[in-house]
Design a binder for this molecule. Structure first.
Ligand code: ADP
Length: 336
């Protein structure tokens, strides 16, 4: 359950009459639930909803169309994004954004909701500053690496997928006395690895934020062997110091360990969103529209503790999301 902020009522004449939504950057399960919430809340509150295909690239191509409540029917359970997504280098240049602004104006769009990660929010911030058009961001990334929000849409689903796959790997690892290195996504962040590793009962978790050594990994394997363990699961974040499971397995081989590897990769990005991600996406989508309609000009709608909060894009940038030290300690103590 989230505590949702209330917004002052604004005269209808001042509220954006047409609100557009787009998804940008990496896709994440739950983005569809967020699109659905933006479209339906916009219409329920008396404005028009528009969808932009393929993120900022589609915006530059004018791929903008009206959306009605039935446009978002039967999508809450679907992974990916019905609006599709993209990466758009042209939008990083002032001339590209100038073109995007004139296209938004041409379509009468008076408010924009960007569902994406920190890169997408850098673009959203500039778009707002250069045009004055109100822009809200919704954190949609499996990595959960955005500052000023404890959670991002897709993270819970990705962790659940990872834990289910580790459960399966553990069955075979324990039948064959094996050391399994399981690589999970997360780019430069260890958040997916930490949560997946704790949930999957991993013997070790290697994250980019905490430097370790092959010697210390070997010591933890040996500790397990002394306690009678015949198999080990080591969860490895893709962005860790070793550069993933392949180089790490070569290092461990040099010490005489034979390992098996599993790279979960994009399986963690797909699939039907968890109920948690559907609720999060529906809530953040609805709040983004309430904010726009009550005159909020810019910012990301995130969660801090149980509260839904809006943080200015200015505060988010240049600030790395941190791995909670308490959770790292939980992981360390569980791996003894
Ligand atoms: P994510 O939003 O998942 O972090 P990216 O970092 O790839 O994904 O960013 C998505 C898109 O956002 C980029 O392709 C680009 O169009 C836009 N973007 C990213 N960084 C900037 C920036 N500094 N200025 C303007 N636009 C940006």
């Amino acid at each position: 359950m989230f505590t949702i902020p209330t917004f002052p009522k604004t005269p209808k004449s001042k509220a954006p009459k047409r609100i557009a939504v787009l998804t940008s950057g990496g896709d994440a399960p739950g983005m569809n639930a967020a699109i659905r919430a933006v479209v339906r809340t916009t219409i329920a509150l008396g404005s028009e909803a528009m969808g932009v295909q393929r993120g900022y690239s589609g915006l530059l191509e004018g791929l903008i169309h009206p959306m009605v409540p039935s446009s978002v029917a039967n999508i809450i359970q679907r992974g990916g994004t019905i609006l599709r997504t993209s990466r758009c280098p042209e939008f990083m240049k002032p001339a590209g954004r100038k073109k995007a602004i004139s296209i938004l104006r041409h379509h009468g769009i008076e408010g924009l909701v960007v569902i994406g990660g920190d890169g997408s929010f850098r673009g959203a911030k500039l778009l707002h500053e250069e045009s004055g058009i109100p822009v809200m961001g919704i954190p949609g990334t499996i990595d959960n690496d955005i500052p000023c929000t404890d959670d991002t849409i897709g993270f819970d689903t990705a962790v659940n997928t990872g834990v289910q796959l580790i459960d399966k790997i553990r069955d075979t690892a324990s039948s064959h006395d094996r050391i399994f290195l399981v690589e999970v996504m997360g780019r430069h962040s260890g958040m997916i690895a930490l949560h997946t590793g704790i949930g999957g009962g991993a013997e070790s978790i290697i994250v980019p934020e905490v430097k370790t050594s092959v010697k210390s990994i070997s010591e933890s394997i040996e500790r397990g062997i002394r306690r009678g363990k015949t198999s080990s699961i080591i969860v490895v974040a893709e962005g860790c110091q070793f550069g993933g499971v392949t180089p790490l397995s070569k290092e461990l081989e040099k010490l005489g360990y034979s390992t098996k590897m599993a790279i979960l990769g994009h399986t963690q990005r797909g699939g039907s969103p968890s109920s948690h991600d559907r609720l999060l996406a529906s809530t953040l989508g609805a709040v983004s529209v309430h904010a726009l309609l009550s005159g909020v000009k810019e910012g990301m709608v995130g969660v801090q503790g149980p509260e839904v909060r809006i943080t200015s894009f200015k505060k988010i940038q240049g600030k790395p999301a941190e791995l909670p030290e308490e959770l790292l300690e939980v992981a360390r103590n569980l791996a003894v």
